[in-house]
Design a protein around this ligand. Structure first.
Ligand code: CA
Length: 225
């Protein structure tokens, strides 16, 4: 199950990612409202955790635009504000639930569980993209009759690409997803793991390859058959 965390306070975004990953969710983090819109358009999330005070576009505006586009993914709004007016405004604007910061991890997990169960979604066991299938439990990557085992970091990096197959993924996003926000890993670490994944894709003879986009990040390329 995939969750998008939209939170500009980096330590809090990191903490949310950790808590939710311990519960078996897959988590992408973005730090401003415009990126949230881009991610939601590209990826099918089971839940969006949305801060109210955000750079570029605030949380109320993000949810208004998403609901206007017909998106019915559950949204849990997070805010430091405690005013009742804000709570009413959040729920009226299309949020499904609301939590004020600081919050308790156990309460967050319970609310996330309730919101993701409410829609009767089935746990996603694998991500498919073109000729690839990535097993989310075993980190086994399959292509036709062949399969290879991915390491933990290879898995996190490739999962990010396969979940966002049409997007250029910023190197920073791959660093966050693979190594965590507080890690000292650099762009070189990403480069090394992308090269490991490229070798595996080549071994599998997949139509998918990973292209570097200078100064931005990487994106998937699909070979015409
Ligand atoms: Ca904020």
């Amino acid at each position: 199950m995939q969750i998008l965390v939209v939170e500009d306070e980096i330590p809090l975004a990191n903490a949310l990612k950790k808590i939710l990953e311990q519960q078996g969710y897959f988590v992408d983090c973005v730090h401003d409202g415009l990126s949230a819109i881009d991610y939601v358009k590209a990826v099918s999330y089971n839940l969006i955790i949305l801060d109210v005070m955000l750079p570029k576009l605030d949380g109320f505006e993000v949810i208004r635009l998403l609901r206007k586009d017909g998106l019915n993914t559950p949204v849990l709004m997070l805010t430091a504000r405690t005013a009742t007016n804000d709570k009413v405004f959040a729920l009226n604007s299309g949020a499904d639930d609301y939590m004020t910061k600081p919050f308790d991890a156990a309460e967050l997990v319970a609310r996330v569980g309730a919101l993701t169960r409410r829609r009767g979604e089935v746990m996603v066991n694998s991500i498919r993209c073109e000729d690839l299938e990535l097993d989310l439990q075993s980190a086994m990557l399959r292509c036709g009759e062949e399969q290879v085992q991915l390491s933990r970091k290879e898995f996190e990096v490739l999962r990010t690409f396969l979940a966002n197959p049409t997007m250029t993924i910023p190197t920073e996003t791959l660093l966050i997803n693979g190594w965590g926000l507080d890690s000292e890993a650099t762009d070189n670490n990403v480069e090394v793991y992308v090269s490991f994944i490229r070798k595996k894709l080549k071994y599998l003879n997949s139509v998918i390859s990973i292209k570097k986009i200078q100064k931005i990040g990487y994106r998937l390329e699909i070979r015409e058959q």
